[in-house]
Write a protein that binds this ligand. Structure first.
Ligand code: NAP
Ligand code: FE
Length: 370
């Protein structure tokens, strides 16, 4: 067995974990920059818990709430400058994947004053970075446990991720109660993202005993939670919120070992040009992924269906129903997108039977039928 497992973030989980974690905050310094989106850090109650704890500990803080969804590199560059001007010794990211990913990039820019925006993609890895602490408020990306930050390149408008040892948090406070305030749309889209992570990882040629164990923990919880939302058209209760949140962490652990497959890569264009939320943009290609699995690794597909306790039609119906993406991408646009990819594209190689630009063309072409 070849094992290469690295996930250095400390995970602390409990209802009041932010409040009881004061000593941990203190160990990172006496000044910090809090990185958030516009409002969810407040709605979720997470910001208040963090700032109360910081005050109790005598830690000075400043809030940088300028992170939008699909954060741009430029906004992270600004955050890094703000952190330096404030003299922050560490960064706390609060929110969904967007602010959490941005916090990782802000920490790198803060520690490297000479960096231009483009340098984040060409830095030598690991680059210097301020310590990052994260508090998640969505049950989707698993950014808490991945060494990845997905950024929008401000010059091209394209989503491009960075990864490496400098993209891990030091400590994450896991409290599903911070996800209770998510409305239906965000609950569904982030849950679909987590499902996509678990499924893509499950089918990955790079999957290992550890990644499969993590995916197997995540899959039934995610499917059950999402199926109930679909069937009863109501928000999850407390127990289901708990399950969805922890499952998103397990799915993130699986993804962090294997990486993603083609749905994440081609899904980016639906977000960039059609404003489709990330999770839905990925599961729009779940039927194509399942059909590849059926062709190239039927045993694994059966293992997945066993784990979630349904058949292929039931699974596809639920995912399609929740994804609800019907987009007609003009042929010229599809051809333009396909120039970005070829059969050696990292996530294409990481798909059952591989994947190519002509298959991506077909998958984008059939989208309007979903
Ligand atoms: P998000 O973009 O962080 O947030 C989506 C929306 O939900 C925002 O309007 C946000 O508000 C709101 N929101 C967040 N938490 C809420 C809460 N508790 N209550 C009410 N509203 C809430 O969504 P996300 O799906 O978690 O993150 C998506 C990003 O992560 C994408 O850029 C994606 O590419 C990336 N991603 C990263 C990884 C990784 O490994 N690092 C993996 C997959 C995806 P605010 O704007 O006010 O915060
Ligand atoms: Fe994702």
């Amino acid at each position: 067995m070849n094992i290469d497992f690295y996930m250095p973030a400390r995970l602390i989980s409990a209802d009041q974990c932010v409040k009881t974690g004061g000593d941990i905050f203190k160990s990172f310094g006496d000044r910090c920059l809090i990185v958030t989106g516009k409002s969810s850090a407040k709605f979720s109650g997470a910001l208040e818990q963090v700032t109360e704890t910081l005050k109790e500990q005598g830690i000075a803080y400043s809030v940088f709430s300028e992170i939008n969804q699909n954060p741009t590199v430029d906004s992270c560059l600004n955050g890094g400058q703000r952190a330096r001007e404030y003299g922050a010794g560490f960064i706390i990211g609060i929110g969904g994947g967007s602010p959490l990913d941005a916090a990782k990039a802000v920490a790198i820019f803060a520690a490297n004053p000479e960096f231009t925006a483009a340098d984040i993609y060409t830095r030598s890895i690991p680059a210097k970075a301020l310590p990052v602490l994260l508090v998640g408020t969505t049950s989707g990306t698993g950014s808490e446990v991945t060494g990845v930050s997905v950024l929008t390149d401000s010059s091209s408008g394209m989503k491009r991720s960075i990864s490496g040892a400098d993209c891990y948090a030091k400590v994450c406070f896991l409290n599903p109660r911070f996800t209770d305030s998510m409305p239906m749309d965000t609950t569904v889209s982030t849950g679909l993202d987590a499902l996509s992570h678990a499924v893509e990882s499950w089918f990955s040629p790079k999957s290992s005993e550890i990644s499969k164990a993590c995916a197997k923990l995540a899959l039934p919880k995610l499917y059950r939670g999402l199926f109930d939302i679909y069937k009863y058209d109501r928000l999850p209760g407390k127990k289901a919120r708990d399950e969805l949140y922890y499952a998103s962490i397990y799915a993130g652990l699986a993804l962090n070992i294997t990486g993603a497959a083609f749905p994440h890569t081609i899904g980016y264009v639906l977000t960039e040009d059609f404003g489709v939320a990330h999770g839905r943009a990925c599961t729009a290609f779940m039927p194509a992924l399942i059909s590849r699995a059926q062709e190239f690794c039927e045993d694994r597909l059966n293992g997945l269906l066993d784990a979630i306790g349904t058949d292929e039609n039931g699974f596809i119906d639920t995912v399609k129903g929740l994804t609800d993406v019907k987009i007609s991408v003009p042929d010229g646009k599809i051809a333009e997108y396909c120039k970005r990819w070829n059969s050696k594209t990292k996530n294409f190689l990481n798909s059952p039977g591989g994947f190519s630009e002509s298959e991506a063309y077909k998958a984008l072409k059939t989208l309007s039928g979903i």
